[in-house]
Design a protein around this ligand. Structure first.
Ligand code: ADP
Ligand code: MG
Length: 349
């Protein structure tokens, strides 16, 4: 079987889609992950015509002239722009599965907080993109499968998927979600917290892309003993002075960024605690013993695992390739589509 790789085309008819708020990944049966692009659509203002989708569109965020808008159709974990979402799904499916798609079956991961109306919108968009059958799977379930957790066993497993717009916390046992929480705090909120902090403490206005770059370069949630050099890193941000409006650069320190991230990081940890409190005691005992697994891009924030472990008294592990877990989990379902129907909800448009 060919190795998984990104942005290769596939002729396979069954695909899994991780429809993330920040990134969309497509897994093709027999091929692995064939597409991985930002969930962004650039449209001409006042129209629904997509000028660019994915990586090309992300480049335009914060840089568009008045006539072009860069839309993130799923920004807060829900579909905030149906037309753009549909355009995006269609574009990615065409790119990942060229040629005739009349027999394509799709497994699509959706945030557990999506409403029935949004579920229907996703199914409709996928059907119009050429799906013969659409199954929806809840993100934490896909994340847990992709992280290699024994979801089918009578044993509690906890997964925390930290995406761009949302974080999903779930305890899974016997192939089902026992308790879960979805909160609208993820990577975007971390970026916004950095923007707010720089505005309040340094009177400088910076864009969300700049804030994200600072987070990726020097962000952390807690000191990491193995990486003491992190403490003294700085990152130069360019922005506009709050008063006067002139362009200005600032060397932002790693401790400064950590202080900025404190509140959203605490919110994620509070959700983990809350989910544990709601969990039946046998299952929380399992989680105590086997630990919590982190997936999603936010899992890569240095020190988040240590801080969560310290706050909960439970070991915390970052999954291998956390950004790919949901797509790989949907892929596992796609590979076993004929046998795995018990885990999936057949969806109708
Ligand atoms: P979604 O599933 O919502 O599309 P992802 O799981 O793809 O989200 O994660 C995207 C988020 O992860 C973004 O907010 C991005 O800034 C963040 N992210 C990616 N890599 C890192 C990293 N090394 N440290 C901190 N955050 C990261
Ligand atoms: Mg995700």
């Amino acid at each position: 079987m060919p190795q998984a790789s990104t942005n290769k085309t596939a002729s396979s008819r069954d695909i899994g889609i991780d429809l993330g708020t920040a990134n969309t990944l497509v897994y093709a049966r027999g091929h692995g992950i064939v597409l991985n692009e930002p969930s962004v659509v650039a449209v001409r203002a006042g129209t629904t015509t997509a000028l660019a989708v994915g990586a090309d569109a992300k480049e335009t965020i914060g840089r568009t002239p008045g006539s072009i808008t860069a839309i993130r159709p799923l920004k807060d974990g829900v579909i905030c722009d149906y037309e753009a979402a549909e355009e995006m799904i269609r574009h990615f499916v065409r790119k990942a599965v060229p040629g005739r798609r009349t027999r394509t079956r799709m497994v699509i991961c959706v945030p557990s907080g999506v409403t029935p109306v949004e579920r229907r919108a996703i199914v409709n968009a996928s059907t119009r993109a050429g799906a013969k059958a659409v199954h929806l799977i809840e993100e934490p379930m896909a994340a847990a499968i992709g992280a290699g957790l024994p979801v089918a066993e009578p044993r509690g497993s906890m997964v925390v998927d930290i995406g761009g717009g949302t974080s999903e916390v779930a305890v899974i046992s016997l192939g089902g979600i026992v308790t879960s929480r979805s909160l609208r705090v993820g990577g975007d909120r971390l970026d916004a917290a950095i923007m707010d902090h720089v505005r309040k403490e340094h009177a400088l206005l910076i864009g969300e892309r700049t804030a994200e770059h600072a987070k990726l370069a020097i962000g952390s949630a807690w000191p990491v003993p193995d990486r003491p050099e992190l403490e003294d890193l700085t990152f130069t941000v360019r922005g506009r002075e709050k008063v006067g409006g002139m362009p200005k650069t600032l060397a932002l320190g790693a401790r400064d960024v950590r202080a900025a991230l404190d509140e959203p990081v605490e919110a994620i940890i509070a959700a983990v605690r809350g989910t544990l409190e709601e969990c039946p005691p046998e299952l929380s005992g399992d989680v105590m013993e086997h630990g919590i697994v982190l997936t999603g891009g936010g899992a890569l924030l240095p020190g988040l695992d240590l801080r969560m472990a310290s706050a909960t008294g439970i070991p915390v592990f970052v999954a291998d390739n956390p950004l790919d877990c949901v797509a790989l989990g949907s892929g596992r379902c796609v590979e076993d589509l004929d046998t795995l129907n018990g885990l999936l909800t057949p969806a109708r448009g």
